[in-house]
Design a protein. Structure first.
Length: 220
């Protein structure tokens, strides 16, 4: 017996999918923002000449980069309360995604920092800038422009990773799709529409980020 597509159940709940999509984007943007701060601090730690600073951040990067993100999500939400640290579903997921992003961005930023010419730093010293001023006014802005392509890829990857929030019942896009699927039993239709929403959103993000890269790129 052939299967007849019927999208009526999906369209009736399409507003829920859009709400889930909006939450997914919000989770990704907040996580990339916090992750950038973590990654930047960690990158400077990785380049530090002091072993007392370099050692802990190397351990952090190694552990997080080699642990599946779903395991981290479940650990934060289910295991941390046993240690006395209780967070809500959304807060727990954002914290996990931010820490995960920070570990990956640390290596991205480290490469970007190494790519900044030493001559520019010396020029900053020559005109009387302090080390802190050189970092904030010269090194970090140039580094960010250099790593924009990698940062864009990380942003899109984080948006897709928000689907894992469904594992702890955060009402993002995948969670709402599963809910519609369970209530309507329209498996193919539900996941077809959900997949198209993910593809369309990632395509729009990629296009916007490419435009930003072109505008911010360093002239050759």
């Amino acid at each position: 017996m052939g299967y007849t597509l019927n999208f009526s159940a999906v369209w009736r709940s399409f507003d829920l999918l859009l709400q889930g999509l909006a939450l997914s984007l919000a989770l990704a943007f907040v996580a990339i923002g916090i992750g950038c701060l973590i990654g930047l601090v960690t990158a400077f730690g990785l380049l530090s000449k002091r072993a007392v600073l370099r050692g802990p951040v190397q351990v952090y990067v190694t552990i997080i980069r080699n642990t599946p993100i779903l395991v981290l999500v479940l650990f934060t939400f289910f295991a941390m309360p046993q240690m006395g640290i209780r967070l809500g579903k959304i807060e727990s997921f954002v914290a996990t995604l931010s820490i995960y992003a920070g570990a990956y961005l640390a290596e991205v930023f480290r490469g970007g920092l190494l790519a900044v010419p030493n001559g520019l730093k010396e020029a900053g010293l020559a005109i009387g800038l302090t080390q802190a001023q050189i970092r904030t006014s010269i090194v970090i802005p140039l580094m960010l422009r250099n790593v924009l392509p990698s940062l864009s890829s990380t942003m899109i990857s984080l948006f897709k990773d928000t689907s894992l929030a469904a594992a702890i019942a955060v009402p993002e896009l995948t969670f709402e799709a599963r809910k519609i699927n369970v209530e309507s039993f329209r498996v193919i239709e539900t996941w077809m529409v959900t997949s198209l929403l993910y593809v369309a959103t990632c395509s729009v993000l990629a296009a916007l980020l490419r435009r930003l890269e072109k505008r911010m790129s360093i002239p050759r």
